[in-house]
Design a protein around this ligand. Structure first.
Ligand SMILES: Nc1ncnc2c1ncn2[C@@H]1O[C@H](COP(=O)(O)OP(=O)(O)OP(=O)(O)O)[C@@H](O)[C@H]1O
Length: 342
């Protein structure tokens, strides 16, 4: 559906040239939810502007539904951009128009008749769960409801691709989840391709099928979300994954406590794939090897591609027994990483 081939975007600034996007290639399939994650300044917004044709790449091409957006201009660009729609962090609604009138706006521009518009607006209000709120003004809506209007408006002209620019960053965690569920639901119902940019790994875990991690304009890692969560490679991806698993603060406290109580042994991080989360591997390990095990922190997380578990354990015993025990885990297809020697 979307083919990004070797795009680079260089801006001329007063301090010289700045490469915002650096030789990025991505292929996004029809009907998938693709996430691009990175910290501030990584180049995500530039990527999204390149995708909707608002910016031209310095080199490379952006092909959406067979049309090269990066080379098109005038009527051809307008035609190509009709396939693409967008939602924003701050919703960008028209404050003097009601919910219905906001949603009808792109239909008016496209010259759709009044009767057709009314019918379509009603369908969209139903789809995004805003029944009964059609006559309200944006100022009378909650943040989540405003984003629902944004989504309905974005879908009015039946786009093939929806770009989401930090669409949940202004929302509280519960509302974020309800908007993500709505996007997932729409993706399933109408097979819409969704590309989202975010700085929150939670958003990626909840709804994306695949993810690209950006740092300093480059894609440093990409792949299936489950695979990236289970086995992150780049240091920045490891940071994002541990944030999303809530490891950092909760775990540090338990870790310090264990280290104070048991000054010997090792702390290991175990990552279980879906198939192994239900097997009693830890009790098997304790039975087979002369080791003592304490659970430090554990969690099972779900992604659209399946679930995985992470477990931090403190393991103590004779060095060769500990090594044999950790080897045993590896043989059960559990990724085992010693993170701290007590
Ligand atoms: N129009 C522009 N002119 C000059 N430099 C720009 C322009 N747009 C972006 N940049 C620079 O390109 C780099 C990437 O910015 P970009 O906004 O794409 O990152 P981002 O990951 O979206 O970050 P944020 O979430 O803070 O917007 C930054 O160093 C930024 O200052």
């Amino acid at each position: 559906m979307i083919d990004i081939q070797n795009i680079t975007k260089v801006y001329n600034t007063k301090n010289g040239e700045l490469t915002a996007v650096d030789n990025v290639s991505l292929s996004i399939k029809k009907g998938e939810i693709y996430g691009i994650i990175g910290y501030s300044g990584a180049g995500k917004s530039t990527m999204i502007r390149l995708l909707n044709g608002l910016e031209k790449p310095s080199t490379g091409s952006v092909i959406v539904g067979g049309q090269d957006i990066s080379k098109a201009s005038g009527a051809k660009l307008r035609e190509a951009r009709q396939k693409i729609s967008m939602i924003f962090q701050h919703f960008n609604l028209l404050w003097s128009r009601t919910v219905e009138e906001n949603i009808a706006f792109p239909l008016e521009i496209a010259g759709v008749s009044k009767t057709q518009r009314e019918k379509r607006v009603e369908e969209l209000i139903e789809l995004v769960g805003l029944k009964g709120r059609g006559k309200a003004y944006p100022s009378q809506l909650s943040g989540g409801q405003k984003q629902r209007v944004g989504i309905a408006r974005a879908l009015a002209n039946n786009p093939e691709v929806l770009l989401c620019d930090e669409a949940t960053s202004a929302l509280d965690p519960e509302t974020t989840d309800s908007i993500l569920e709505l996007l997932l639901d729409i993706n399933k119902k109408i097979g819409l391709t969704i590309v989202l940019i975010t700085h929150e790994m939670h958003v990626i875990r909840k709804i994306c099928n695949r993810v690209a991690v950006m740092e300093e304009g480059k894609v440093v890692e990409q792949g299936d979300v489950l695979q990236v969560f289970q086995n992150p490679q780049a240091p920045i991806t490891k940071n994002f994954v541990s944030q999303a698993s809530g490891e950092t603060q909760e775990m540090q406290a338990s870790l310090e406590q264990i280290l104070a109580n048991y000054p010997a042994g090792k702390i290991a991080k175990l990552t279980f794939a879906e198939a192994t989360t239900e097997q009693p591997v830890i009790s098997q390990m304790i039975k087979q090897f002369d080791v003592v095990v304490n659970i430090v922190h554990g969690k099972i997380s779900n992604t659209t591609g399946g679930s995985f578990g992470t477990l931090f354990i403190h393991i103590d015993g004779e060095q060769h027994e500990v090594e044999k025990a950790l080897n045993f885990l590896t043989k059960q297809e559990i990724q085992t990483e010693v993170i701290e020697h007590a």
